[in-house]
Design a binder for this molecule. Structure first.
Ligand code: ZN
Length: 166
């Protein structure tokens, strides 16, 4: 993935905007289910993403950015589960945190690849910086995941295992 600077910046702005929107949704969802601690985690992640997005936009300045296709930056959907379990899936703070983590890892990987593979010095420099910010977000989520009780439903005991098809 050898991105030119405008393409790289377009991805970075879109990734951060998407993250801010998804975190806001997660924060509202946690608040609705009275999980104020995890809600405030997601609110601060919303803030970080917005701040990062603003600083990238300053860096963009007058540069015209290319349009991206939505699949190039949207978060992956939360796992779908049949029946009532599916409805409950993201209500569980643990699952919401794991979902956010998976998407942070994805962003981190994107920046790492850009840092390793771009032939543009400035892209490599920025990508390295952004990758380490994402690594901090992953670490922050890991801290919360470790403190959050796992849902009791059996298949969820191993979040990496897909639920049985019913
Ligand atoms: Zn992040």
């Amino acid at each position: 993935m050898d991105l030119a600077l405008p393409e790289f910046l377009a991805h970075a702005v879109a990734l951060e905007q998407e993250a801010a929107e998804r975190y806001l949704e997660l924060a509202d969802m946690m608040e609705a289910h009275r999980n104020d601690d995890v809600s405030s985690v997601f609110r601060s992640m919303t803030r970080f993403s917005q701040l990062h997005c603003d600083s990238i936009k300053q860096r963009v300045g007058a540069t015209v950015l290319p349009q991206l296709k939505s699949w190039q930056y949207r978060w992956t959907s939360p796992p779908e589960v049949g029946g009532e379990e599916g409805f409950d899936y993201m209500i569980e703070a643990y699952n919401a945190l794991k979902y956010a983590r998976a998407n942070e890892v994805r962003a981190m990987q994107f920046y790492r690849d850009a840092a390793d593979q771009s032939s543009d010095v400035e892209v490599r420099r920025l990508a390295k910086e952004f990758a380490s910010e994402e690594a901090e977000h992953v670490a922050a989520l890991d801290k919360w995941i470790a403190m959050t009780p796992r849902p009791s439903t059996t298949w969820q005991d191993d979040p990496d295992t897909l639920p049985p098809v019913v």
